[in-house]
Design a protein around this ligand. Structure first.
Ligand SMILES: [Zn+2]
Length: 318
């Protein structure tokens, strides 16, 4: 099953089977999310490129070192910077995403004025630093500190960072057939963002889930209904090993945990809406259950209470 191979500056590498590897980020080093390496037979595929060109380049080096083959494909699971800012190291490869993910990468990850971006990032880091000094909450302090460390790495790379967009697009499903194995890209819609792709290795019973699956993290929820539906569909698939977007390699128990978290927020939001409780009061009166006390994320559960409440409030008006 999974076995540790080596530690690099940015991530730990695990073998998940012959020719399948997970790169699990080391917090605060400029990788920020997890990635995957798959030997297709004659060439190599990489799933997600981390948050900095430096980490993305290290991933490519390790992929080519481990397999002795060239990287031909890079998959972008969704538009978030911590999964695509390393794309620069793959500008000569086939970069694949959904059409919507490309559109959002183009819209949201603009880097027109590097000097301005550097100044804004410095200011953001300064604000984070102040928050870290002020907070007494140890979980929040740790989340903020990690955010600060990762963003510092992004700042280091900003002067030479380029936004490289996907160049091959798909909608719902794309099968890449290598000489040794095939991979299946699937997009069942948007749960965490407007469009979320995960990757199945059907012959190996392995799935790379990106941020549709995370460990003990208040992962942003974009569409709770489709998020829950997707996790249920994935659970029906014959998968033994799951590589989450953040956190450790897991089994399907982690699917249940994330689904439970979203369902819980859904229930609480619907209850508040049925009782005509305002969003402000819903958030201020909310008591975090003990099982989520240790979960990290700079905005805690609040941002999800707000987005899920707003989602169902909007549905009610339709
Ligand atoms: Zn994300």
């Amino acid at each position: 099953m999974k076995s540790f191979i080596k530690k690099t500056k940015f991530f730990d590498l695990y073998s998940l089977g012959d020719g399948v590897y997970a790169a699990i980020s080391i917090p605060g080093r400029g990788a920020w999310s997890n990635a995957g390496i798959v030997d297709l037979g004659d060439e190599v595929l990489v799933f997600d490129s981390f948050t900095t060109p430096s980490a993305g380049l290290e991933l490519r080096k390790q992929a080519e070192l481990l397999t002795g083959k060239k990287v031909k494909y890079l998959i972008n699971s969704h538009y978030h910077g911590d999964h695509v800012f390393g794309n620069q190291a793959y500008s000569d490869t086939i970069i694949i995403s959904t059409a919507l993910t490309k559109e959002w990468c183009k819209e949201k990850n603009k880097l027109d004025d590097v000097e301005k971006e550097i100044q804004e990032t410095k200011e953001y880091l300064h604000q984070l630093h102040k928050q870290i000094e002020l907070t007494q909450d140890t979980i929040l302090k740790a989340s903020l500190t990690n955010q600060h460390n990762e963003m510092s790495r992004v700042l280091n790379d900003l002067p030479h960072m380029q936004i490289i967009l996907p160049n091959v697009l798909f909608e719902e499903k794309l099968i890449i057939e290598g000489s040794k194995r095939k991979v299946e890209l699937q997009c069942l819609g948007g749960g965490h963002t407007i469009s979320d792709t995960f990757m199945l290795l059907p012959e190996d019973n392995i799935a790379f889930m990106a941020d549709l699956l995370t460990e003990n993290l208040h992962v942003p929820i974009y569409n709770p209904e489709s998020f829950i539906t997707m996790l249920k569909k994935v659970k029906e698939m014959d998968i033994d090993l799951f590589v989450p977007g953040h956190g450790n390699i897991s089994n399907e128990d982690l699917l249940d945990k994330v689904e439970g978290y979203i369902s819980f927020i859904k229930q609480e939001s619907m209850k508040a809406l049925n009782n005509k409780i305002s969003l402000q009061k819903f958030i201020s009166d909310f008591k975090l259950p003990p099982e989520y006390m240790e979960w990290t994320g700079v905005n805690g559960i609040k941002v999800n209470l707000s987005s899920v409440y707003t989602f169902y409030a909007g549905q009610g008006r339709d």
